[in-house]
Write a protein that binds this ligand. Structure first.
Ligand code: GLN
Length: 533
């Protein structure tokens, strides 16, 4: 039976940070739970080609896909909710749009014509949206438009939505997310900001089909009727979105409000299958009622901004639920850590995770934390820079190479146990040039990694320029560090372990990117288990 791909747009009004990504992911989850194939795309109105060159303080974590795209952290939510991989096509920025239009202009593809925002930029945006539909893999493409309606930057995107709405007719719907502020003095929820943001959308020629209203208090029928009256939507199309204790509850709240049913009716999809959220509910049940708790320290240099380590924090939620355990993360700044204060700061932890990162700041604190974890047999997981620090710590304190370092931090070290990748040596441009995306890794039998993965061949995602220096392999092996995972083509060490410890493992890749609600990552699951023991 043929099924026209349906396109759903999610826009935001009133203010940023309303959670468009979670609403988009929740709607996608509900459609998927009715048996449809769904993907989600994020359009970001900034000029960077991708968020890879932004520091985490600007934009939170940079999420990496299998195909090596450096993307917005919302793509992580999409994968975690849907358990479906995303790709480069799922995140497009204004920079990328302009870059391709300008390249086409230089090639002469618009010969004789003036290149303009409308139609050239808007056509490029529309093509990028329809690209995912054209793969034939998805019945629904949900496109989240970054930013807030009214921003100068997002105008071309809203214009593209207007045009597509016209072209696609009933195969297209627009969900607009707004805020109902609560005024404590009068004890009222106010609808005016919502009315204004819908008016602004209307000025651009876009009539939203559904309004999702974020609110701290229940909205009630009267307010829904009022919003419906002012905004040309039916009362059922005004959806209440209350603050939820966890993002994973949001699909259920949206199901109660019938967001999916309302959208399907708008898109003339008749007689959909019933909702099957059995696995999702199974996870939530365990998440809500854990029988134990562990405290794990997350040591990094961006800890004041938790968005920087989004995927790691979420991976612990998934892994905790499997273990029937709540993982309490203690966010510890590596900047302030020293060998002297480490016992006091880490003494009560049941596990230590050293986070990924770049640059010199906080590096000695990370190394001190790893030394403490190794010497006191505290379960340890090092990710990317965290793994590199474990190698440096081992070199300094076990091999006795006192000045051992990464060339990233100390280019002049006489013991560069972590060195620039060969393939990186002639690279001058910073954007999109790291070792990125999924690479295979062979795991040696009889190692901790093999027990964790229960497999010899795995694939994990990378984002780095530096790597374990194989000139030191025999020294490390002789002193008891096991290089348990190797990239077969390049011979790069991807996993290191100290087998005399209960659980001490560092990985050059980022397992956190691949953990989903329905597929928690085995490394996190085993790490939490070790912390519980
Ligand atoms: N800065 C290190 C490198 O480039 C580690 C990167 C990371 O942790 N993602 O190799």
């Amino acid at each position: 039976m043929s099924f026209n791909t349906r396109y759903i747009f999610v826009t935001g009004g009133v203010t940023s940070s309303l959670g468009k990504g979670i609403i988009a992911a929740s709607l996608a989850k509900l459609l998927q739970a009715r048996g449809f194939t769904v993907t989600i795309q994020k359009l970001d109105p900034y000029i960077n080609i991708d968020p890879g060159t932004l520091n985490p303080y600007e934009h939170g974590e940079c999420y990496v896909t299998d195909d090596g795209a450096e993307t917005d952290l919302d793509l992580g939510h999409y994968e975690r909710f849907l358990n479906v991989r995303t790709s480069q096509a799922n995140n497009v920025t204004t920079g990328r749009i302009y870059q391709s239009v300008i390249e086409k202009e230089r090639k002469g593809e618009f010969l004789g014509k003036t290149v303009q925002v409308i139609p050239h930029i808007t056509d490029e945006i529309k093509n990028r949206i329809k690209l995912l539909g054209k793969t034939g893999q998805y019945q629904f493409v949900i496109t989240e438009i970054g930013g807030t309606v009214g921003d100068i930057e997002s105008l071309p995107y809203i214009e593209a939505v207007r045009q597509l709405k016209w072209e696609l007719g009933t195969d297209c719907a627009v969900v607009h997310l707004t805020l109902l502020p609560y005024l404590a003095t009068s004890g009222e929820l106010k609808t005016k900001p919502t009315q204004h943001s819908v008016k602004m959308l209307l000025e651009y020629g876009v009539q939203p089909d559904v309004l999702v209203c974020r609110s701290e208090h229940p909205i009630g029928k009267d307010i829904k009727r009022k919003i419906a009256l002012f905004c040309n939507v039916s009362t059922e199309a005004v959806i209440e979105a209350l603050d939820a204790p966890t993002i994973y509850e949001v699909p259920l709240l949206m199901a109660q409000e019938k967001l999916d049913e309302t959208i399907l009716a708008k898109l003339m999809v008749n007689n959909p299958s019933t909702l099957n959220l059995q696995r999702w509910n199974g996870f939530l049940e365990k998440y809500r009622h854990p029988s134990s708790e562990v405290v794990i320290g997350l040591i990094g240099k961006y800890v004041e901004l938790k968005e920087s380590y989004k995927s790691i924090a979420e991976a612990f939620i998934h892994a905790g639920a499997v273990n029937d355990c709540r993982v309490k993360l203690e966010w510890i700044h590596s900047d302030g850590l020293t060998e002297e204060n480490v016992p006091e700061k880490l003494g009560k932890l049941q596990g230590v995770l050293v986070a990924p990162g770049f640059g010199n700041r906080g590096i000695e604190g990370k190394i001190a934390a790893i030394k403490y974890a190794r010497e006191n047999n505290i379960p340890f997981l090092g990710i990317c820079l965290g793994m590199q620090c474990a190698v440096i710590e081992f070199a300094r304190n076990v091999l006795g190479l006192k000045d051992a370092h990464s060339r990233e931090m100390n280019p002049a070290t006489t013991n560069p146990v972590i060195d620039l990748l060969e393939a990186q040596k002639n690279i001058s441009h910073m954007g999109g040039t790291m070792r990125l995306g999924a690479y295979p890794c062979h795991i040696e039998e009889g190692t901790l990694a093999h027990r964790i993965y229960n497999a010899s061949e795995i694939s994990e995602r990378h984002r780095h320029r530096y790597e374990f220096n194989n000139e030191y392999t025999s020294k490390f092996k002789a002193a008891g560090m096991v290089l348990s995972g190797i990239n077969p083509a390049a011979g790069l060490a991807e996993i290191v372990e100290v087998p005399t410890n209960r659980f001490f493992i560092g990985v050059q890749f980022h397992p956190e990117y691949k953990s989903t609600v329905e597929n928690p990552h085995p490394l996190f699951v085993s790490f939490v288990k070790a912390a519980m023991a």
